[in-house]
Design a protein around this ligand. Structure first.
Ligand code: M6R
Length: 609
């Protein structure tokens, strides 16, 4: 949550910061601001609302001289999303400015201490308290870096902070604790950012900062120190493979649509290097897992869409991989003192690799002596670095706040894991593996007509205020995901339900104004879902049924709308159903004029509890 960018180098800083903020806006977008030094003063410009409001303010003035500065785009935690609470925030004397992502949990206590010393505050934020605390520490500390470190040592909670100060022109300080922050190393210049795309046009050389580290940057020079005692820390520079094209819209109206349409490519990338043709058939290679014993039980822990991917995969891990599998929402897992027995393994799933609850679950599992597998998209993210084994999902940068291609990539990896553990348990399923290999081509062929069908249905159902999504087995997970996508993009109330649970209460809601999106795919549970659909129809419910052809024939279901998907093996039908659900929500939100890539109240990466 919140996006941070800092720059020190030879270019005009302000336009570069604004450009970087555009690429970070998915992290939070209720207000934004920049700070830089000009004419011997720290200048701060900020605005409530989208970044365009800040740009309009900046256009009124010429800010082309500064070559060092920092910017922030906010997702409110403490204080309303109004201009006074936007970052950057200044110290009492106005000589120090900071931007911050995270929550300072003891800010109230620190604020009272500072108030007693005569400080006055202009905002309701925890961040301003930290800025004042650094200023206060500076009075006694021998140097600015010592003051920064002393203040941070007193702050409890999560933070990624960047600081500039009048006393050291051209210098940026930064530190992190449980919130993402990276350094980009360019030619004669350095960047700090919450995420790589912010500086991708300028460099792909990255230094990943760890918790408890402090960086000092001045143009091309950078050093990393320990926050505890300011001793030097050796760091290496990694080269990331992402390119700018991957982080641009590429002719699509929205990032979300681009990312949905990219899924065939994502599946190919996930499979590349992970399947070998051998004489008795194809074989899954997941060398990352070779060193770990086959888990006696796998505990999957994740949030949101990543949780839904885990739920979808449980059936495969148990059915194909023969691994007993449990599932938890990370924010529940971390506080329920889970029982983890020797030989059991925890697998955390996270696109960003920075989700606070998922990261905490990982740390808890490791504390309890459990090995952790991280299924992660963002290279070098906290989860990727702290897991015992990382399986990268290879989806490329996902910019739209609503997660789409990341779930598809997580599903491919889980399917591969199921096949891999099946192999280790002496079971092979060549048909499923061959089906996976054929998926990219088949899905690419199906997507254009799926988009058209989604657009027709969106038009027809756009006035609905509530939706049920029903499914059984793997389709239960997809029903949850379909409902999540509709809620977050269109702000239409939607509930995902296990179809068999309907008659235990929710069916009371069914009437002609409450449509149902039923997932009735071609699997062993089709007949059961068909009965559940009849129960809805008997109560005058409108139904869209997502079905598949069987032996060239469309299933006989007398519903208002049948949406027919290509035939597939039951284990893989989700790879067609998922984009159908995504496209329906996308078309609905676009038709209703919603902000597709940046839905209200959300942020891409949930780095606070
Ligand atoms: O980065 P993560 O996969 O850990 O994120 C988990 C959720 O925050 C994320 O999937 C969220 O639910 C998305 N908004 C869903 O579209």
């Amino acid at each position: 949550m919140c996006g941070i960018i800092g720059y020190s180098g030879h270019r005009p800083a302000v336009p570069l910061l604004v450009e970087g903020l555009h690429r970070l806006e998915y992290r939070g977008y209720d207000s934004s601001g920049v700070a830089f030094e000009q004419a011997g003063r720290l200048q701060v410009v900020k605005a409530a609302g989208k970044l365009s409001a800040l740009e309009a303010k900046l256009e009124e003035n010429a800010y082309m001289l500064a070559t060092t500065g920092m910017g922030h785009t906010r997702w409110a935690t403490h204080g309303l999303p109004v201009e006074k609470n936007a970052h950057p925030h200044l110290s009492q004397d106005g000589r120090i400015a900071i931007v911050h992502n995270g929550i300072i949990e003891n800010f109230q206590e620190l604020k009272e201490e500072l108030l007693a010393k005569g400080h006055t505050f202009l905002s309701d934020t925890d961040t301003e308290v930290l800025a004042h605390l650094i200023g206060e520490e500076r009075k006694a500390a021998p140097s600015l870096r010592e003051a920064f470190a002393r203040a941070l040592r007193r702050a409890h909670g999560a933070y990624a902070v960047v600081m500039i100060a009048l006393e050291e022109p051209g210098v940026m300080y930064a530190a992190r604790m449980s919130a993402p922050l990276l350094m980009g190393v360019g030619v004669g210049e350095c960047f700090l950012a919450s995420d790589i795309p912010a500086f991708l046009p300028y460099t792909r050389d990255v230094v990943f900062l760890e918790d408890g580290e402090l960086a000092r940057i001045k143009g091309p020079k950078w050093e990393v120190l320990s926050l505890a005692d300011l001793s030097p820390v050796k760091k290496s520079v990694s080269h990331v493979p992402w390119d700018m094209q991957a982080a641009a819209k590429g002719g699509y109206k929205h990032f979300m649509l681009k990312e949905i349409m990219e899924q065939p490519r994502v599946i190919t990338d996930c499979l590349t290097g992970r399947v070998a043709e051998e004489k008795d058939g194809p074989r899954v290679l997941l060398h990352e897992l070779d060193a770990l014993p086959v888990p006696s039980r796998l505990h999957i822990v994740a949030c949101g869409t990543s949780y839904n991917a885990g739920l979808w995969g449980r059936q495969l891990l148990e059915g194909v991989g023969r691994i007993p599998t449990d599932l938890d929402i990370a924010s529940e897992f971390r506080y329920r003192d889970p029982m983890l027995l020797p030989g059991e393994v925890v697998m955390v799933i996270s696109q960003s690799g920075e989700t606070a609850d998922t990261l905490a679950a990982l740390r808890l599992a490791r504390e309890k002596g459990c090995k952790v597998i991280g299924l992660c998209n963002v290279v070098g993210s906290s989860i990727a670095r702290e897991a015992d084994v990382v399986l990268y999902t290879q989806a490329g940068p996902e910019i739209s706040v609503a997660s789409t291609k990341a779930m598809c990539s997580q599903m491919v990896l889980i399917a591969l894991m199921a096949l891999y553990y099946g192999q280790r348990n002496g079971v092979t399923d060549n048909a499923m593996l061959r089906g996976l290999l054929e998926l990219p081509e088949r899905l690419a062929a199906a997507l254009p007509s799926m988009q058209e069908r989604a657009a027709q249905l969106a038009l027809r159902f756009a006035s609905s205020r509530s939706f049920f999504y029903l499914g059984r087995g793997q389709c239960h997970a997809l029903a949850l995901e379909g409902a999540l996508k509709l809620k977050e993009l269109s702000y239409i109330h939607a509930e995902g339900y296990a179809a068999g649970e309907m008659k235990h209460g929710p069916i009371a809601l069914i009437d002609p104004q409450f449509p149902t999106f039923a997932l009735a795919l071609d699997d062993a549970l089709f007949a059961k879902v068909k009965s559940n659909i009849q129960e809805v129809l008997a109560r005058q419910g409108r139904v869209i049924a997502l079905v598949q052809e069987r032996e060239g024939r469309t299933p006989d279901l007398q519903v208002e709308e049948l949406w027919v998907l290509p035939a597939s093996l039951p284990a893989l039908s989700g790879f067609f159903a998922l984009p159908a659900l995504q496209l329906f929500s996308y078309q609905m939100a676009d038709y209703l004029g919603k902000d597709v890539d940046q839905p209200r109240n959300l942020a891409k990466s949930v780095t606070v509890e």
